[in-house]
Design a protein. Structure first.
Length: 196
């Protein structure tokens, strides 16, 4: 019984979503129907018939509605502006959290009496977090480029840190490499999102 209610609620959401779409958006949903839930596609088909966009479900067999395969890319193409905004905000929040690392390291250096390096790390962390917050709220490719430059220079700092610290093991290097790969992927993806 509860499953039926849940299914009806989901279908109600699908219907509300489809009813708010323009004719062109419904055409796009039908063209890419293999990427949507079957229930949503059924509702989109019924709406298209009701709006006289198609005469019957048989029209979907025509060349205009052939499903095009997704292209494999390093960065996914995000067509929906609302989705692009959500992804940008999510990445921006992640980068703000990443800015905590230089803050902690800076405080550690200040506590150990290494004031110049500690202050530099604190400033870098604050700048990183401010730029990330700016990107999260308003976007801007130039700010992403600043973060890319900062991340690039931080690689030299981390390499220097590993050279001066004794007793580093393979896992330390592995974690640093994975973290930088994720960081640069996120920044380059964010830069790609800013192009549109």
């Amino acid at each position: 019984m509860q499953e039926k209610r849940k299914s009806e609620a989901i279908n109600g959401q699908y219907e509300e979503f489809i009813n708010k779409r323009t004719d062109d958006e419904i055409f796009e949903i039908l063209k890419k129907r293999s990427y949507y839930q079957p229930e949503m596609v059924d509702i989109a088909i019924k709406e298209a018939i009701k709006r006289n966009l198609i005469e019957s479900e048989k029209d979907l067999e025509g060349p205009a509605f052939r499903v095009k395969p997704l292209k494999r890319r390093l960065f996914p193409g995000i067509e929906n502006e609302a989705a692009r905004l959500r992804i940008r905000k999510s990445l921006g929040r992640s980068f703000i959290i990443a800015g905590v690392l230089p803050l902690i390291l800076g405080l550690t250096h200040l506590n150990a009496g290494d004031s110049p390096e500690g202050v530099l790390l604190l400033l870098a962390g604050v700048l990183w977090m401010l730029l990330s917050a700016r990107i999260m709220w308003k976007g801007g490719r130039i700010f992403v480029n600043f973060l890319l430059v900062m991340a690039f220079f931080s690689v030299f700092y981390v390499v220097h840190f590993f050279q001066t610290e004794g007793g580093m093991v393979f896992l330390d290097f592995f974690i640093a490499i994975v973290a930088y790969l994720l960081l640069f992927y996120g920044l380059l993806f964010l830069r790609r999102l800013s192009e549109k």
